[in-house]
Design a protein around this ligand. Structure first.
Ligand code: PXL
Length: 283
């Protein structure tokens, strides 16, 4: 019998707006992987464009949850972190890695903190330095171009990018520690957009691109990261996994654009799950 793989997903729950855990849970579960969740905060909505949202911080619960899981001798095939709200949470996640890292599990850090050349309003440059230290402990990271510039000290460019710039970023990001880097929001012209991958042990660099859909859609980083992880845990190579995740995210954006949905409300990934499962050879 095939064993069920298990992920520890460490993100907030934004009740409305489809990002973080409300995206990671359904995608990981649909892909035949068990998801355990360590919620870092509960918000009424995400912080991208809404005002007046509630924010219940769960920092005080993180160490007790970690200790309880350790006492149960739970093992994880992957640990997946996203939006983290404070230095203290960065520290607690570092402890979580130390507690649950094994010789063969995967630590995936999405350094959620910035986009379009700017840090999200709630974060400071010092937090970016803290996020860099967390990335040093990851096996795989999935920054966008803005986060990559902040992590490496390279200047941010709005694009289109040159292959040289992307290659330099990928190698500098890997030099921080992670063997595998997936850079999102990569484009070399106005017609295509996607992700670039670097697998340091093989030295392979590759790009997975799809037709570009204009506009900015919220939560796409979490849709992408969750699908990427689901593909990696289903045995696909880094490049294959990125290609599957780019296709899934692009399809979700396409459906959302066609429906004219408010861009703060997240993307229609739900109706793209059948396609994801076919790409994962599960459906
Ligand atoms: O999708 C990233 C994310 C997750 N959680 C919260 C956010 C954001 C991005 O803005 O605000 C609360």
């Amino acid at each position: 019998m095939e064993t069920l793989k298990r992920v520890a997903a460490i993100h907030d729950i934004s009740g409305f707006g489809k990002c973080s855990l409300t995206v990671a849970l359904p995608i990981i579960s649909a892909a035949g992987i068990e998801a355990s969740v360590l919620p870092t905060a509960v918000l009424s909505t995400h912080t991208g464009g809404f005002t007046g949202f509630t924010y219940r911080d769960l920092t005080d619960d993180m160490a007790p949850i970690t200790a309880h899981w350790k006492s149960l001798d739970i093992r994880f095939d992957a640990i997946y972190t996203g939006f983290l709200g404070s230095f203290e949470q960065l520290e607690l996640v570092t402890r979580f890695f130390e507690t649950f890292k094994t010789g063969d599990n995967l630590i995936l850090v999405d350094p959620v903190m910035a986009d379009n050349g700017k840090l999200y309003e709630i974060f400071t440059p010092a937090f970016a330095a803290g996020m860099r230290r967390l990335c040093e402990r990851a096996d795989m990271i999935v920054p966008n171009l803005t986060e990559a510039a902040l992590l490496t000290g390279e200047p941010y460019h709005p694009g289109p990018y040159t292959e040289d710039y992307i290659e330099r970023l990928l190698k500098k990001l890997s030099a921080l520690g992670p063997e595998k880097v997936v850079l999102t929001g990569v484009f070399f012209n106005d017609t295509e957009l996607g992700a670039a991958t670097y697998d340091a042990p093989s030295g392979r660099i590759a790009c997975a691109l799809e037709k570009r859909i204009p506009g900015y859609y919220h939560g796409t980083g979490d849709v992408f990261g969750s699908a990427l992880l689901a593909a990696c845990l289903n045995g696909f190579t880094l490049h294959e996994s990125a290609a599957i995740a780019v296709r899934f995210t692009t399809s979700a954006i396409k459906k959302t654009a066609a429906a004219g949905t408010d861009i703060r409300f997240g993307v229609n990934f739900e109706q793209c799950i059948p396609q994801l499962l076919r790409d994962l050879k599960l459906g």
